[in-house]
Design a protein around this ligand. Structure first.
Ligand code: TXA
Ligand code: MG
Length: 342
């Protein structure tokens, strides 16, 4: 398939988006980075690794390229994208009125899995931010993502590289399975270290508001800023993209306290730690034998994708302790469990 683009900002170029030739390249190889940067520069889309999950990127300044992301993901246009930078040097070209809390957090958590919602500058096209006056920005810490941003010398708009509403990819095989015929290039950066998306925050008068719990925990943030706790957990949709259900497998998911609650139908079972009693399910995965929350988060999407199989009609998932990164995992499990409930 050929895409001919004329963006106004970019010269007219021809990009090959050939289904049979999806390339999976080693992200550690400098030539792969150059190829990916060239493709992006020409208005193409590329899957690249981050320390949280894999992202599907386009040059943020190029609205036509960004439109392809929405098309490929079947993502509604009211759901804004995160803009990725290689550092703070050019931040003020994209955002203005940076609060002092934001500066403090940038020093501590960038590069890293923290997205800050800031006032947007006109250099970021409206399609990226779904017409909002704010933009979500983060500096990823994955070396392949950073190198790509450095070589490209432009910001990359990127959501997680999954079909809209489905679970985020933490392994290259997740991406190749879903986007094989729609994305020309994947940079392989190994398994995602955190396995959970970035934490998303915004800045209010009284402190910092958490829109999405993620890889940086509330406890870590609280060491540096005041967190506005509102008890909303995952129930209120503040971001346009924060739907009541999300991150969902195809099969219905039910939260349980243990194997004793998992009684109906042909099932898959996602245990938090080594189960104390026998599990009566077709497929069982244990997030962390020892009950380590970071290990559990790193395995979470991958195991859930694995359990979302044709030969079961329900997935049971054990509740996790809601501390540290466990809170982010539970937020996703709750949202996943709502898909078939509402
Ligand atoms: O870890 C991550 O954040 C990954 C990697 C690839 O960076 N990205 C990611 O993007 O999870 P995505 O699009 O799957 O989720 C971004 C969320 C969406 O729910 C969106 O609504 C919210 O961020 N968001 C983006 N910009 C926003 C804004 N200006 N205001 C409010 N919410 C925003
Ligand atoms: Mg996503």
């Amino acid at each position: 398939m050929q895409y001919i683009l004329s963006t106004g900002e970019f010269p007219t170029v021809s990009i090959r988006q050939d289904p049979d030739r999806m390339e999976i390249l080693d992200g550690k190889d400098k030539r792969s980075i150059s190829m990916a940067a060239e493709l992006l520069e020409g208005g193409g889309i590329v899957v690249f690794p981050t320390e949280t999950v894999y992202g599907l990127g386009a040059v943020a300044h190029n609205p036509y390229a960004v439109a392809k992301i929405f098309e490929v993901k079947r993502r509604p246009h009211f759901d804004p994208l995160i803009v990725h930078l290689d550092g703070c040097d050019r931040l003020t070209e994209y955002a203005s009125d940076i609060p002092s809390d934001a500066k403090r957090l940038m020093k501590r958590f960038w590069p890293g899995p923290l997205t800050m919602i800031l006032k947007k500058r006109p250099s970021i096209p409206d399609i990226v931010t779904a017409g909002l006056s704010t933009v979500g920005i983060r500096v990823p810490s994955h070396p392949v993502a950073l190198e790509l941003l450095r070589v490209l010398r432009k910001p990359i708009a990127a959501p997680s590289a999954n079909p809209f509403g489905y679970m985020s990819p933490t392994r290259v095989r997740h991406v190749t399975k879903t986007f094989a015929d729609r994305v020309p290039l994947v940079l392989d950066g190994g398994d995602s270290a955190y396995g959970i998306e970035s934490t998303i925050i915004s800045f209010r008068q009284g402190g910092v508001f958490v829109h999405r719990h993620g890889a940086v925990s509330v406890e870590e943030l609280s060491e540096h800023v005041r967190i506005i706790e509102d008890g909303r957990a995952a129930d209120i949709c503040e971001s346009p993209g924060e739907l009541p259900w999300h991150y969902a497998p195809m099969k219905p998911l039910k939260l349980v306290n243990g194997p004793q609650d998992a009684t109906q139908g042909e099932s898959s079972y996602l245990a938090f730690r080594k189960p104390s009693s026998e599990v009566n399910a077709r497929h069982v995965r244990v997030l962390s034998e020892s009950g380590d929350l970071r290990e559990a988060a790193a395995n979470f999407f991958s195991f859930l994708i694995d359990l979302d199989r044709d030969d079961v009609n329900i997935i049971y998932a054990e509740k996790l302790p809601e501390t540290g990164i466990g809170r982010a995992v539970m937020e996703r499990l709750r949202k996943a469990s709502r898909k078939h409930a509402c």
